[in-house]
Design a protein around this ligand. Structure first.
Ligand SMILES: [Zn+2]
Length: 490
């Protein structure tokens, strides 16, 4: 698919006609079309990368396993205060709509916070508006439509508009903020609204710059004021970058506030490869935990009443712009339970004990290209990370490793955000977008094993670490290994 191909299509005939009669407008439309083609090309490459896994013996078997038994059910207590953190409008219903409905029935204090207005979903907007929505103002209007949809959906669950907060950070760019836009770095630019600060007047803090410390400031202010006892938040292993980012920002906010408040955190998973199955509306069935994480996550569930399931069903349909384009997928989450679970914290001490983190992607995926496992340990004031690859890193396949330190006595925005990028021929080290000398870290590589020694000093002598590794084919991620939390005890 290319721009030239697009120009041959019926849609483009109109542009050719315009070129003769109104050249300025034709140029303008061409720019817009280029944008769309570029975007869909990315999605196409992405789908292709998964498509080629199937002939390589990927299982199509059942990825689910039976639910944990009774002692793993979540109970809401009369003293609870419920905070739901949703990356986009609709995640609040998909991930925790049943929890919200139940908490409302119990008259518990409830707050729902949306990280974005979900204004970067061209495909759904195209179907909703029946024409491409690409001009920044038109995109912002779609953000406002999604805002209104969230109000309508949560009203079905019993909430009033005052119980909702919209932060307005850029849809699909919040993990970029997390990775690269802190402190001295410039605010990120959103893809379609083309701004570097919150453009919505009805947001929590209009004109807040798109930077890490701003997201953190908002979340901390809300948590500090609302004082939740239970927080339901997107999952650190979710395939959608905004879902991972919201978890990470919330994690830092809670570490910063832990002397004051220690709510229990319940992450919900929404986007994961071929999960949950079967797709579609099966309200009588349970959402089962994905067995890719069965060894590491102790999943907890909430069984929903028929009435709660029904409320969830009616609520999700209120997210009309999304429902039009992906009803079958959204309805997959209307089941007789909701599921939550988090990875345990990995505790490391100075004696060099090694913690092995298995790839949650499963053996078969790992045999395509991937991280079979990685292990972490502390040796002589270095964090040592060993990555075992399931096959040789080819010329186009790279590995990215993120290591962010946390210290109680230092502003997180000022802590180094170290990123090591390894290709077939060498590696680069960055602190956000700033290149660091190669000798900042030590890299030892064999064809299928990479060992990286990172001085604790380089990552700000942390007490805790958030880390993540991924493999890439060019710029397309091949697998996501979840962000994990390390605690250093010495
Ligand atoms: Zn989402």
């Amino acid at each position: 698919m290319s721009y030239a191909w697009f120009l041959k299509s019926g849609e483009a005939k109109h542009v050719k006609y315009l070129a003769k009669t109104d050249p300025v407008r034709a140029i303008f439309i061409r720019i817009i079309m280029r944008k769309i083609v570029k975007k869909f090309l990315g999605i196409f490459v992405f789908i292709l990368s998964f498509g080629i896994m199937i002939p390589l013996g990927h299982s199509t078997g059942n990825l689910a396993q039976p639910l944990p038994v009774k002692n793993n059910t979540i109970q809401l207590l009369p003293s609870d205060r419920i905070l739901v953190l949703a990356p986009h409008p609709d995640d609040e219903v998909l991930g925790a709509g049943g929890i919200i409905a139940r908490a409302k029935k119990m008259n518990l204090p409830i707050k729902v916070v949306f990280l974005t207005y979900g204004d970067n979903n061209e495909w759904s907007f195209l179907l909703y508006r029946k024409h491409p929505v690409v001009l920044p103002k038109a995109v912002q209007n779609m953000g406002l439509i999604r805002h209104a949809e969230a109000l309508a959906a949560t009203k079905i669950l019993g909430l009033s508009p005052e119980q909702l907060t919209f932060l307005g950070y850029p849809d699909s760019r919040t993990l970029n903020i997390w990775n690269n836009h802190w402190g001295v770095s410039r605010a990120v630019k959103s893809m379609l609204t083309e701004v570097r600060a919150v453009p919505y007047e009805n947001a929590f803090r209009p004109r807040a710059p798109y930077k890490g410390e701003e997201v953190l400031k908002d979340l901390k202010a809300i948590i500090h004021e609302f004082k939740p006892t239970k927080i339901f938040v997107s999952h650190p292993a979710d395939r959608n970058p905004d879902h991972r980012a919201l978890y990470l920002f919330a994690r830092i906010a809670l570490w910063d506030l832990e002397d004051e408040i220690k709510p229990t955190v319940y992450p919900y998973l929404i986007h994961y490869r071929r999960w949950p199955l079967p797709r579609g509306y099966h309200p009588e069935q349970l959402i089962l935990s994905p067995d890719i994480f069965k060894q590491e996550i102790n999943w907890q569930t909430v069984h929903l009443s028929v009435e709660e399931v029904d409320q969830k069903y009616t609520a999700i349909k209120k997210h009309r712009s999304q429902y039009i384009s992906s009803a079958k997928y959204l309805l997959t989450f209307i089941r007789s339970n909701e599921l939550f679970g988090n990875f345990p914290v990995i505790r490391l001490n100075q004696n060099g004990s090694t913690h092995v983190v298995a790839s949650p992607m499963g053996q078969e995926h790992a045999s395509f290209v991937g991280l079979e496992e990685r292990s972490v340990s502390i040796e002589d004031n270095n964090l040592v990370i060993t990555i075992n690859l399931s096959r040789r890193v080819g010329k186009t396949v790279g590995v990215s490793l993120y290591v962010f330190g946390y210290r109680k006595d230092r502003d997180f925005a000022q802590m180094p955000k170290v990123h090591i990028r390894l290709g077939a021929l060498g590696y680069k080290v960055f602190d956000q977008n700033k290149k660091l000398p190669l000798e900042s870290v030590k890299v030892k590589r064999d064809p299928k094993e990479i060992t990286i020694k990172i001085p604790l000093r380089l990552i700000g002598n942390p007490q805790r670490i958030l880390t993540n590794a991924q493999t890439y084919l060019g710029k397309v991620p091949l697998d996501w290994v979840s962000w994990r939390e390390l605690e250093l005890s010495f």
